[in-house]
Design a protein around this ligand. Structure first.
Ligand SMILES: NC(=O)c1ccc[n+]([C@@H]2O[C@H](COP(=O)([O-])OP(=O)(O)OC[C@H]3O[C@@H](n4cnc5c(N)ncnc54)[C@H](OP(=O)(O)O)[C@@H]3O)[C@@H](O)[C@H]2O)c1
Length: 271
């Protein structure tokens, strides 16, 4: 792939994407990372052999990047994005992974002609097992959609939604989802400790059970309900626990509430 990429922000998520691109075969010389901290920039050059610059102002317009990725924190986007408006007429697609920053936000900064993709990745991207959900504005071409799909597939699965309001629910589900699963591992361990199991074995069992169940779900063609039923004998111990978890005041209403709270927060951030 001979695409030229500018990456603004190379922290947890930007770094995972960069590693994925290089592993996918994108030549390091085709990637420029904008990193304001000299030491971090030097570390990136050593580790990945990519070009770095401390400011987007140093990038010549003739560079003609195909994709500019915004992977900085949403709070500093006002200070970061405007400097990239000068690339708008170079057939570039802007790919933002910033939570709570809608397409209209970037159109206001970059202009209505800008091709913009709003993406919501998640942290399993660090092990190439993430899922990124995207929404594009009308300016994004079919080729640019394919290009973004290629880039994001280096960190896991890729999905698209037409209705941008769905990104708020996506943010609540897959964006924050890894945190809920890690919390499950924490809570399972604590429950077993309370039941009398030594801490080290309780934590290990919880961790391996959550990880192994995720892997089984990943590899299996069965849906989660079937996999659940496969470990539940009628009248057995698992059924007893599920009576609690699937009661009217069990996990479903709690997760309904959690997803609604995160969705509302994402909507608030966008406003
Ligand atoms: N982490 C998640 O689970 C997740 C999920 C979905 C979406 N996102 C989105 O991904 C984005 C990045 O999140 P993150 O967790 O990767 O944050 P992060 O680890 O803090 O990374 C942000 C990076 O941006 C760099 N930076 C600061 N100012 C800059 C500038 N002017 N130009 C270029 N780079 C600059 C920071 O460098 P310094 O450290 O040197 O300041 C840091 O390396 C956020 O917008 C977030 O909403 C994150």
């Amino acid at each position: 792939m001979a695409v030229k990429l500018l990456l603004a922000g190379c922290g947890k998520m930007g770094g995972a994407m960069l590693a994925g691109w290089l592993e996918q075969g994108i030549p390091p010389e085709n990637v420029t990372v904008i990193e304001p901290n000299d030491d971090t920039a030097a570390a990136l050059r050593t580790q990945y052999s990519v070009a770095t610059t401390t400011s987007s102002k140093n990038i010549d317009i003739s560079t003609k990047p195909n994709v500019i990725v915004f992977a900085v924190k949403p709070q500093i986007m006002d200070a970061v994005a405007p400097a990239y408006a000068r690339f708008v007429d170079t057939d570039v697609v802007y790919l933002s992974i910033a939570a709570g920053k809608p397409i209209s936000y970037f159109e206001n900064i970059l202009g209505k002609n800008a091709s913009i993709v709003r993406a919501m990745p998640n942290t399993p991207a660090a092990v190439r097992r993430g899922i990124t959900v995207n929404c594009a504005n009308d300016q994004v071409s079919t080729e640019q959609i394919a290009l973004c799909e290629d880039l994001l597939s280096s960190i896991g699965e890729v999905a698209w939604v037409d209705d941008e309001s769905h990104i708020d629910i996506v943010t609540a589900l897959s964006g924050g989802g890894p945190a809920y699963v890690f919390l499950l591992a924490e809570c399972l361990g604590k429950a077993a400790i309370k039941a009398g199991l030594p801490e080290h074995i309780a934590k290990r069992l919880a961790r391996v059970t959550v990880a192994g169940s995720g892997e089984l779900l990943h590899r299996s063609n069965e849906d989660p309900a079937t996999l659940r039923q496969n470990v539940t004998s009628t009248g057995g111990t698992t059924a007893k626990a599920l009576e609690v978890l699937m009661a009217d005041n069990g996990w479903q209403p709690l997760l309904d509430e959690a997803i609604a709270a995160a969705t509302n927060k994402s909507r608030d951030l966008a406003e």
